[in-house]
Design a protein around this ligand. Structure first.
Ligand SMILES: Cc1cc2nc3c(=O)[nH]c(=O)nc-3n(C[C@H](O)[C@H](O)[C@H](O)COP(=O)(O)OP(=O)(O)OC[C@H]3O[C@@H](n4cnc5c(N)ncnc54)[C@H](O)[C@@H]3O)c2cc1C
Length: 397
């Protein structure tokens, strides 16, 4: 890969080129997310908080500038920059609350780049790079979450294609996605880890129904029902019955936690500005708690940057990524809690209430930051990974 790599100096500053990219992306999001652009574009039923039309338009503009595929190798049409560039893009998207985090490339890029054949790559990658398509990851099922060996959805060969039956649950963005990457049992007699295959399925096909399920913050996750759904032979992604190792590989790929740090940085900045602008800033206990969170923010950023740096060297930092995830997701909860305390009763007013401070941001955050400790690998499982890989402790017998 071309471009300078992120190397941790004594002061942990980014190299000049990466810092310049961050400044460019920051200016892009500041313009895209300016109040005059976002006015009237809200959609509380969507995780991003914005309408699908707004999200798609913004992703297309990010695609035009080459941001979505900034770290995709050049031979596949991307920018060929180190993964730190992608992480910095995620940080800025989160900081500006822009609907550009769960892009097709973020969610399904490693699967397509890792396992698609040439024809599949030609079909999907240009649209993913251009921000012209939305995709979902559909691994979870009602009875299979942390333990994905319990996946029951099945796919069997018929004619030149496959017939899929089953239900996928808690799928981010399913209602608006054109495609979902899923894993299904393809050999019911084999042990689960050797009897599953990965598919990239067009969700507009017959026998497929997406239902929206409301979360605590009123936006929806998708439940995808496959009822004898016929999909073509080229929906198979990668090798037959190799779905488990492919899924495991894609779950490890490219996690740095920088998006979490983008939200954390923004929220703490708002609270500090609030304290400076009110009498709260002079109160000892408030100052102490804000200062403590500032230390924690620096620690979380350090964890995330360490993951970035090792990814740039081509490594897969397993327990370091777990440390970054656990720390950032729990820090977000601590910041949200302090936000509610500092803002008092009005802080509990929800988005849209006329007197809600910061348009109900901290009421929303206090609820929203519950799920990241459960999703994308529950923090209990991440701690287990840290104990095994980071501390060399034995696992359960
Ligand atoms: C907001 C949100 C978005 C999501 N998006 C997607 C998506 O896009 N695609 C997708 O496929 N899935 C998605 N999920 C599903 C998510 O990945 C699962 O919720 C997660 O894997 C946990 O599975 P589960 O809900 O079945 O919980 P369970 O597996 O039942 O676990 C419940 C709790 O039990 C504990 N636990 C479980 N196993 C262990 C263990 N071995 N050791 C210690 N403690 C344990 C943990 O505390 C865990 O939180 C999403 C979930 C949420 C909340």
């Amino acid at each position: 890969m071309k471009g300078r790599r992120y190397t941790p100096g004594v002061d942990f500053e980014y190299p000049a080129e990466l810092a310049a990219f961050q400044a460019e992306v920051r200016a892009f999001f500041a313009e895209e997310m300016a109040p005059e652009r976002t006015r009237g574009q809200r959609d509380p039923r969507d995780l991003t908080g914005y309408s699908e039309a707004f999200e798609r338009a913004l992703q297309r503009r990010a695609g035009e500038r080459g941001y979505l595929g900034i770290s995709v190798p050049r031979e596949h049409g991307g920018g060929g920059r180190p993964l730190s560039y992608k992480a910095v893009f995620g940080f800025e998207a989160a900081y500006h609350d822009a609907p550009a985090i769960d892009t097709a490339l973020t969610l399904v890029g490693s699967q397509v780049l890792g396992y698609a054949d040439d024809r599949q790559r030609e079909r999907y990658l240009p649209r993913m790079l251009a921000g012209e398509v939305l995709m979902s990851v559909a691994y979870t099922e009602p009875e299979a979450g942390s333990d994905l060996t319990r996946i029951q959805t099945s796919a069997r060969r018929e004619g030149g294609g496959f017939v899929i039956d089953g239900v996928k649950a808690l799928v981010t963005g399913a209602h608006k996605s054109e495609y979902a990457c899923l894993v299904a049992r393809t050999d019911p007699d084999a042990p689960p880890r050797r009897g599953m295959s990965m598919f990239l399925v067009d969700l507009r096909g017959s026998g497929i129904r997406v239902e929206r399920r409301e979360t605590m913050n009123r936006w929806t996750l998708g439940e995808i029902h496959f009822e004898s759904a016929r999909v073509p032979g080229d929906a198979l992604l990668g090798e037959w019955n190799r779905g488990w190792p492919q899924m495991a590989g894609s779950l490890l790929a490219e996690r740095s936690g920088m998006a979490h740090m983008g939200w954390a940085t923004r929220n703490l900045e708002i609270l500090c500005a609030h304290a400076r602008g009110t009498e709260l800033g002079g109160r000892g206990e408030v100052r102490e708690r804000l200062a403590a969170l500032r230390c924690e923010l620096a620690t979380g950023l350090h964890f995330a940057k360490r993951v970035m740096w090792r990814q740039d060297r081509g490594e897969v930092p397993v327990h370091e990524a777990s440390m970054a995830k656990v720390y950032a997701t729990e820090l977000l909860q601590r910041i949200a809690r302090l936000g509610l305390e500092l803002l008092g009763p009005e802080g509990t007013l929800y988005r849209g209430s006329p007197s809600a401070p910061y348009d109900g941001l901290f009421a929303w955050e206090a609820i929203e930051r519950i799920h990241p400790t459960l999703s994308v690998g529950a923090n209990e499982l991440q701690r287990d990974a840290i104990a095994r890989a980071g501390l060399s402790l034995p696992g359960d017998p």
